[in-house]
Write a protein that binds this ligand. Sequence first.
Ligand code: COA
Length: 260
Amino acid sequence: MSYKNIKTNLFDEIIVIEISREGKLNALSGDTLDELKEAILRFSQNSEVKAAIITGAGTKAFVAGADISEFQGLNESDAYKFSVRGQDIFALIENCYKPIIAVVNGFALGGGCELAMACHFRIASEDAKFGQPEVNLGIIPGYGGTQRLTQLIGKGRSLELMMTGDIIDAQQALQMGLVNHVAKDKLEALAKARNLLQKIITKAPIAIGAVINCANSVFKQNLDGYQIEATAFANACKTKDFKEGFNAFIEKRTPKFIGK
Ligand code: COA
């Protein structure tokens, strides 16, 4: 399969998967998600590739979220499917038995923050910015963010970020444990990820797969949370406030929410 919205580059048994829609700040359109899924499945099945890095093209954004232009006309049932589709693809990343690190450059918002959180851990460049700004659109995170952000930084901080829609910088993300390391720029972050992965892939692959699986299993009791998230996302998508949030984004103005 040749890709349109992602680029892959294999070097020294490590594949770099780059989300590549720079003009739209690498927003995750449906096509992009399909390509990402394909790339992850191929990576999982190819015994010659030992580890992966997921990053965003250019320097301005890792991924600025799901592609908001595809939200138009989303009804409750489409919205539920939309959420579960993204959740399932991100679960493939989280549950992959080979290591996957996110290298976060620039904006990692909404689905972008959720994609980074689905990776096994994250390295940010100094200019990285994280947030779950869905409330500004009258919706909620729908690709696992309500679950993984809470797992990674704790309930109070997670709720504050999701309720305010605030955007935090790389140093704040480091303090909160959202990222493991901050590098000067994207190149340095990529080099740091590569060094760590080179170390990890010298270890026994079965042991690496097992620690990923065991660490993930800490949270398996909360699996229902993903179902609740998909339902809540679908409910939010049928409100007038969501229409208003969507229109305000397109018209580049501040939304006026009415609670309906
Ligand atoms: N979906 C679709 N398109 C997006 C997008 C998204 N999530 N984020 C950015 N874009 C597009 C913009 O519409 C714009 O396209 P245009 O040039 O055709 O108008 C282009 O990417 C550049 O974005 P712009 O808003 O002009 O850049 P900026 O530097 O002024 O602002 C952001 C950057 C990230 C603050 C702003 O783009 C933004 O708020 N994006 C949405 C973030 C979001 O809410 N994500 C969660 C979605 S659920």
